[in-house]
Unconditional design. Sequence first.
Length: 195
Amino acid sequence: MEPRLNKDKLLAELAAWDQFLGRKVHFIACGGTAMTLMDVKESTRDIDFIVPVIEEYDYVIKKLKDLGYQQVRGWGWQRSGDDFIFDLFRGKRVHTTDLLDDPLVEGRHTLIKEFSYIYLGVLNDYDLIISKLFRGSAVDFQDTVQLAKAHRADLDLGKLKDHFFDMLSYHPVGEQRVRAHWDTFARRLKEVSDG
């Protein structure tokens, strides 16, 4: 079985990182990491953060290198002997998707915890669901339905759909493939709501 991080272990890891930082850094959790921090999922195998401020991103990467982390894939950093890879996305990007709005703008994230130097937030539900729909893996579809179901009282599906198609017009590459992801999500959400 793959190693996984629950919320407590994730916060402990960030507390350890916080001790090595000498200035404020904003981490906005996305993907399964955000869902774990929001108590929607028990654990995550991927650790995904957006570092929206470019200077902070560059600073974090320098510090990680100083701590022995190496770049092991596109955005992924890992220290030899560690089980987990930390994917750190720069600016407004989540994997290959650019968000329409800066995640630090009010309403685009929720604060989870402030350490001495780390400001830890989670991406808002709309951008979180849409960024997962743009990736479109089987796990991403499961996660989007799970999150929408857990936050149904606060989620405006009309607003979500409008935001999805706004993002789609901003990302024309693969539009036909990604467009179908909305229909799949809506169908699966209806199935769990009806069932």
